[in-house]
Design a binder for this molecule. Structure first.
Ligand SMILES: Cc1cc2nc3c(=O)[nH]c(=O)nc-3n(C[C@H](O)[C@H](O)[C@H](O)COP(=O)(O)OP(=O)(O)OC[C@H]3O[C@@H](n4cnc5c(N)ncnc54)[C@H](O)[C@@H]3O)c2cc1C
Length: 282
């Protein structure tokens, strides 16, 4: 079995990770790492557990932004964001993923840092909400947009840790919908997160739409975002627009839940549901 070092401070976790190099890795909620044998993967020789670092669990809700420590669990996140206007997508993503036991363990940092987890719920929500992330390492702290982080995360050198996510608070509304094939606990076939601002005439002024679980990594659906500008958010009309932009996405065939074509085909229905959920928020 791998060796586990339980860090009590951020500084000691960074030191321990640097010492271990490629033989080590952070251990957050463990809900992905524990399933390594099921995926036919070997454990690392050594893990640095983050669960006792209080600073990583802090969630600060301000008027202009919300800062969330990477160690916040899905359950803590769903509680802290409940009722916060504009951030509905992340509250729903955190509160609807997996099942209650997993939500009490799985962390924001683990969700974002798991390179091979196409179905991660928080990632599309954070793309729609224009999140930034902070990374700490021996050289100090870097902040970057979430899209930049997703591009570099597979090459993060040992000793760098995702420590925080920062969400701007905007006069927007957002929603997150997912399609599990059976019941809570399954990885979703497809996920859509949507954040829009409406003008005085209730037309879409800005839109950020992200799709998860369809391709290997969640990403924004820019063709549909552009097509929505200036239109009303009528759910049926938005679904028709989504259908016209399906060629923008290529479904992955590497999961057991569904073939790639099906992941793409369900998107107009999910976009319709997301628009309806968003309009239902006040
Ligand atoms: C049956 C089951 C169903 C699930 N279904 C869903 C679902 O539908 N949607 C969903 O979103 N989640 C789901 N999850 C949870 C999912 O595993 C977690 O959301 C997440 O991918 C892992 O979080 P973790 O904290 O457990 O990370 P861990 O398993 O501890 O770590 C995962 C990876 O991230 C790295 N890591 C962890 N923290 C950091 C950090 N701060 N900085 C850098 N690297 C870090 C680790 O080294 C490891 O490589 C499910 C889990 C189970 C067991």
């Amino acid at each position: 079995m791998p060796d586990v070092y339980v860090a009590r401070t951020l500084a000691s976790s960074l030191d321990a990770l640097s010492e271990r190099g490629k033989a080590g890795a952070p251990l957050a909620g463990g809900t992905w790492i524990m399933r390594a044998p099921l995926r036919g993967e070997a454990f690392k020789t050594s893990y640095v557990a983050l669960s006792k670092i209080a600073a990583l669990k802090v969630i600060e809700v301000g008027d202009r932004s919300v800062e969330i420590g990477a160690g916040a669990t899905h359950a803590a996140l769903a509680d802290a964001l409940s009722g916060l206007s504009g951030l509905e997508a992340l509250a729903e993503a955190a509160g609807a993923s997996a099942n209650p036991a997993v939500r009490g363990m799985a962390t924001l940092g683990g969700n974002l840092s798991t390179c091979d987890f196409a179905a991660a719920d928080l990632v599309p929500a954070l793309l729609a909400l224009d999140a930034e992330v902070e990374l700490a390492g021996a050289g100090g702290v870097d902040r970057m947009g979430i899209e930049a982080f997703l591009e570099l995360r597979s090459q993060l050198e040992p000793g760098r840790l995702l420590t925080k996510v920062v969400l701007p608070r905007r006069p927007q509304r957002s929603a997150h919908v997912r399609l599990p094939l059976r019941k809570a606990g399954d990885y979703p076939v497809a996920v859509v997160s949507l954040a829009v601002t409406l003008d005085a005439a209730s037309r879409v002024a800005t839109a950020r739409i992200a799709v998860g679980s369809v391709e290997p990594v969640a990403r924004r659906w820019r063709g549909l975002e552009a097509a929505l500008i200036g239109r009303s958010l009528d759910p049926d009309a938005v679904a028709v627009l989504a259908k016209a932009h399906l060629a923008d996405l290529t479904g992955r065939d590497d999961g057991v839940e569904a073939p790639g074509w099906y992941r793409v085909a369900v998107l107009p229905a999910l976009v319709r549901r997301a628009a309806a959920a968003l309009l239902a928020t006040s």
